[in-house]
Design a protein around this ligand. Structure first.
Ligand SMILES: Nc1ncnc2c1ncn2[C@@H]1O[C@H](COP(=O)(O)OP(=O)(O)OP(=O)(O)O)[C@@H](O)[C@H]1O
Ligand SMILES: [Mg+2]
Length: 375
């Protein structure tokens, strides 16, 4: 899929932007603080209805104005989509796809799929488990409506179960009431975990191939799903396909942690505590990997994510690259641009053009941004 038209009004430092995207490769150049990342953020927002850096939607509205507008046309093999989002201060946002208002923001997913890559993504390896779960959820939410639905249901069940546990810990509710919530936690939780496990297997497969090529066969990358109850080794390869054993394992944890949960007033079991492991030649990248190895690991994971999404949907997502050229060495830069160019629509920001190979630039649309305007 590709974005062929982008339209912004009173968004961040843009008064008005009308951009016709004419190439698979779009290079966004400008000095610092001119609006390059803002532009990528706009595309991301049109795909997910959330920002990759703002905490509140209001931050996206231009200072001194009350309403912002974002719109884009997405070209795909079958039906093109027209996505429009209106943001109004202190009001819920309004989203339409092909002029039809969306009842739930969740339904925006899937119309435009994106993969982002920026220096901050190093956190995927170095940061806490929350970063890795967010990565997994983002990837899976974009390709699976069922997953999105399960995540939304799970969050609701978790919130309610936590409320009840809190009341039990304060002796204001009957512990018997937990059983109904246990069952819902188990049902939805197991579906989420099974989906994550299969996805990670596929992702790991792609990532290993890419990583093998980047390191010219020197290193072996392993990505493993780590369910909340411990390593997958313990469960045994293949057992994930058998939902009964997953269910039994989950149920056992609910029982085992019952007393702790009632004392703490908090749910301690479930996929909100899952994690991912990255290993290079069987060593944990987070603890033992060099900075360069960690970067390569993230790069391979991101490239694998693109392949994963295509395998799932039949279409490549749109790639949003913020400031990555300066981070990669010559060899990785070439590999990276070579893999994506011609296949994946790519928006890439940079402060100058000197880091781009000539053959890449000759196929690109170059956009210059100065203080929120095309120049
Ligand atoms: N809501 C807003 N209203 C007006 N201006 C805003 C708003 N939000 C951010 N900005 C401005 O946008 C600019 C930052 O834009 P952006 O982060 O896209 O820069 P950039 O071109 O990516 O720079 P760098 O090269 O440093 O990463 C800042 O000057 C900031 O003040
Ligand atoms: Mg920036």
């Amino acid at each position: 899929m590709r974005v062929c038209h982008l339209h912004l009004n009173s968004y961040r430092n843009y008064d008005h932007l009308d951009l016709k995207v004419t190439s698979q490769l779009c290079v966004i150049v400008g000095a610092n603080a001119q609006g390059k990342t803002n532009l990528l953020e706009a595309v991301y927002y049109l795909a997910t209805a959330r920002s990759f850096r703002a905490h509140k939607d209001d931050e996206l509205i231009k200072h001194g104005v009350d309403e912002a507008f974002l719109g884009c046309t997405v070209d795909r093999e079958v039906n093109p989509s027209e996505i429009r989002i209106r943001l109004t201060r202190n009001r819920p946002k309004q989203i339409t796809v092909n002029a039809r208002p969306l009842r739930r923001h969740l339904d925006l997913f899937g119309h435009l799929n994106v993969v982002t890559f920026s220096p901050d993504d190093l956190q995927l390896v170095k940061g806490g488990p929350g970063e890795r779960r967010r990565f997994l959820d983002m990837e899976l939410s974009q390709v699976s409506g069922a997953y999105r639905h399960d995540i939304a249901t799970y969050q609701r069940v978790l919130r309610q179960r936590n409320n009840l546990l809190k009341e039990i810990s304060e002796r204001r509710a009957d512990p018997e009431l937990l059983q109904a919530w246990d069952l819902q936690l188990l049902d939805t939780g197991c579906r989420i975990m099974a989906r994550r496990a299969t996805a990670v297997k596929q992702l790991a497969h792609f990532a290993r191939l890419v990583h093998h090529e980047i390191t010219r066969g020197g290193e072996r990358l392993t990505i493993r799903y780590r369910p909340f109850f411990g390593s997958t080794d313990e469960v045994g390869e293949g057992e994930w396909e058998d939902s009964e054993s997953l269910r039994a394992r989950f149920a056992k944890e609910i029982k085992r942690l019952r007393q702790f949960e009632m004392r703490r007033g908090l749910t301690l079991v479930g996929p909100q505590r899952d994690d991912l492991e990255f290993l290079i030649n069987d060593q944990d990248v987070r603890s033992f990997g060099s900075q360069g190895q960690q970067r390569t690991c993230v790069l391979a994971t991101k490239l694998a994510e693109i392949e994963f999404m295509r395998a799932q949907t039949g279409m490549y997502p749109v790639l949003l690259l913020d400031d990555v050229m300066s981070e990669l060495d010559e060899n990785r830069r070439h590999y990276f641009l070579g893999t994506v160019s011609g296949r994946v629509q790519t928006f890439i920001t940079a402060t100058g053009l000197e880091t781009f190979p000539q053959e890449f630039l000759s196929q690109s649309q170059v956009i210059r941004i100065v203080r929120g305007k095309l120049s």
